[in-house]
Design a protein around this ligand. Sequence first.
Ligand SMILES: [Zn+2]
Length: 375
Amino acid sequence: MFGKRFKLFKLLGFEVGIDWSWIIIAILIAWSLSTGLFPSYYKDLSAQMYWIMGIVGAAGLFLSIIVHEFSHSLVARRYGIPIKGITLFIFGGVAQMEEEPPSPKAEFMMAIVGPLSSIAIALILYGIYLSGKQGGLPVPVNGVVGYLAMINGILAGFNLLPAFPLDGGRVLRSILWGVKKNLKWATRVSSWIGSGFGILLIVLGVVNVLRGNFIGGMWWFLIGMFLNGAAKSSYQQLITRKALEGEPVRRFMKTDPVTVPASISLKELVEDYIYRYHYKMFPVMVNSKLVGCITTKQLRDVPREEWDQKKVRDMAIQCSPENTIESKEDAMKALSKMKATGVSRLMVVEGGHLVGVISLKDILELLSLKVELEE
Ligand SMILES: [Zn+2]
């Protein structure tokens, strides 16, 4: 779902991005506000004015969600949990956490602050709306303010549902975790409840569609599907994390990796290495010193006629934190790195020397064995 994410801006050290799905939603929101909600509440304004109100309303919703997610991210940072960035997607925002919270208290604070900030925005805007109504604010401005007060209230309410991984579900998990001191159990119980809510919404959606409320029903249905999926994958994610944490990359890597000299041509690379070993990435060496790597993906961009003249040296990507990992690091870290960069193989180094290669496949194989043996 986060595949088509693109960056918008960086604020307080957090990168804010949006998923393409959000653009479609933003247009739908602006459209339904300017043709439905605003004309029904505020009569006798021009069509143009309704559109301006709709667009400003959608932009305000966008800002509200960003504030909500920023509050999560700031509290997370206070507890030392790295946040990769904030992404707005079809059902709101997600602050992308890279690790589980360190304690029930950290999780509780981090989860509750989001709805609280939405409630605060709602109350402030509602105050402005009320005083604006008594005079002062023009009707269109007040209309948008009133809408934003309401939508922030809804945002807080929806997120407070005790359906993991929504904020309310995280609050529930932190309480269960604090009581029983068992994160795995707390996650399992809260994700059951979360997916239960998801199924309930799916059923309500179907009932609504059957009764003729197609658009509303579809919304319930989609949100239910999303919630159900998210609850299940959050639990799997935790199991993965528990199994991989504290396991050094050294245990998962393949030692004695096949390396290629920087001096050979791309044609030689393809014939003597890629077709022979079927790997997607090869570390590149100059006099037994690691200089970088070359991937099959890069070869696709070079026309076949040039494979003879071009050398591996010309194409190799330099070693960087994106394609290398220290052998003593957690396997979980390797996995998050692969997820973040979309690369499925990393070079494993010890003090600048190549000691192995770790692939997604190796990690997953060992992981499934571990989970099977330990469950
Ligand atoms: Zn939230």
